[in-house]
Design a protein around this ligand. Structure first.
Ligand SMILES: Cc1cc2nc3c(=O)[nH]c(=O)nc-3n(C[C@H](O)[C@H](O)[C@H](O)COP(=O)(O)OP(=O)(O)OC[C@H]3O[C@@H](n4cnc5c(N)ncnc54)[C@H](O)[C@@H]3O)c2cc1C
Ligand code: SF4
Length: 330
């Protein structure tokens, strides 16, 4: 092992032209990986996190492309780039939270290559994991990769690395479904069910499962997305919140709040139904604040304290819900 590995490990590159070819190339083999834009996978491989024998490049598969809006909703292919998503006027108009989330990911250069599928299948992150190999080696690695203990919670047996993708909460708040292809055929599941609260294995996907597209329902509620990050121009969310809301006669009739950056999965806030059937006043915002603080589980996986991320998530939810309400209750 070299002290400062920066070169990629050796691998075969397969470039299938269709989904069946990609799944066949993967063959349920844990040592093969799909690669889309490569903006997350390649830095990780350079840091020695994983040594896949085979990379399956998804960029030549036409079926993974395209944003299609129709009376039955929207289909966003997993291969759509974040730049295309962020610049789609139809998406920003109908599914505003999604456009805002896409525009807030990394920097323009990343968004040109990075894809929706790669963002939704992003690895979880932690200050003890997203480091060079020699740094992690000096720490005897950790439970998520090659090591025996978790440095964040040494007494426990699980990894608390945080899911920090921005698109998932926006899509979850808007009621998206994930279309997944495997050797057994296609299936559609609510996107929230694609994630598990486990920093080591946060995707409920088998080795050969390929994310094909995200589907959004028609007639979406008003929505918005916001995140807090260290560097405003280019950074993962320390906490990110999406709100989707309908209001009739100043009364909230639908409210979905989804979060990222605080747990090992993006998740839909439970209990928001209690705020339905009344105006979103100070008491309602206090109740929302409490729900968020209770359900987020930030750990010491970033340079900021867990308590800061807890309070930031609650403050974001409060601010965003209040702003969307003010807009639609006018
Ligand atoms: C400096 C920097 C800043 C960043 N900031 C942000 C940020 O603010 N917010 C954010 O969310 N991300 C951020 N990222 C991470 C990354 O750029 C984005 O999440 C991007 O969308 C990943 O997409 P990709 O196509 O490049 O994924 P890849 O790197 O190609 O793949 C990522 C993972 O997804 C899997 N995968 C890809 N496509 C599929 C598919 N169709 N089906 C199944 N599995 C698949 C791959 O096997 C891999 O495990 C940042 C990265 C960098 C380097
Ligand atoms: S939470 Fe623990 S096991 Fe997971 S990456 Fe961080 S140190 Fe490693």
């Amino acid at each position: 092992m070299s002290a400062l590995p920066s070169a990629l490990p050796a691998f075969d590159l397969v470039q299938p032209r269709d989904i069946a070819g990609a799944i066949a190339a993967r063959g349920g083999d844990g040592a093969a990986r799909f690669i889309a834009g490569g903006t997350d996978l390649l830095p990780n491989l350079r840091r020695g996190v994983g040594e896949p024998r085979r990379l399956i490049d998804l960029s030549g598969i036409e079926e993974l492309g395209g944003i299609v809006l129709s009376p039955s909703g929207a289909r966003i292919g997993a291969g759509v780039t974040l730049a295309a998503l962020a610049s789609s006027r139809e998406i920003s108009t109908r599914y505003r939270a999604l456009g805002q989330a896409a525009a807030a990911i990394a920097a323009p250069g990343h968004r040109t290559n990075a894809t929706v599928g790669g963002n939704l299948c992003l690895d979880t992150r932690c200050v003890y994991y997203n480091q060079s190999q020699w740094w992690r080696n000096a720490n005897q690695f950790c439970l998520k990769h090659k090591g025996e203990i978790c440095h964040v919670a040494p007494q426990g047996a699980r990894c608390h690395a945080a899911f920090s993708g921005d698109l998932a909460p926006a899509l979850i708040a808007l009621g998206a479904e994930a279309e997944i292809a495997s050797a057994a055929g296609r299936r559609r599941i609510p996107l929230a069910e694609m994630y598990v609260e486990d920093g080591r294995a946060h995707l409920a996907l088998a080795d050969g499962d390929l994310l094909v597209a995200a589907h959004l329902p028609p007639d979406p509620p008003a929505s918005a997305y916001e995140k807090v990050r260290v560097r405003g121009a280019i950074d993962f969310p320390l906490a990110g919140v999406a709100v989707a809301m309908r209001v009739a006669k100043r009364s909230v009739t639908e409210l979905r709040v989804a979060l990222t950056g605080t747990n090992s999965r993006p998740f839909l806030l439970a209990g928001a139904d209690a705020l339905i059937g009344r105006p979103l006043d100070e008491a309602g915002l206090n109740a929302l604040d409490k729900l968020v603080q209770k359900q987020v589980q930030p750990m010491r996986t970033t340079i900021h304290s867990a308590q800061y991320r807890r309070l930031a998530a609650a403050a974001l939810a409060r601010r965003l819900a209040s702003a969307v309400y003010a807009e639609v209750a006018r």
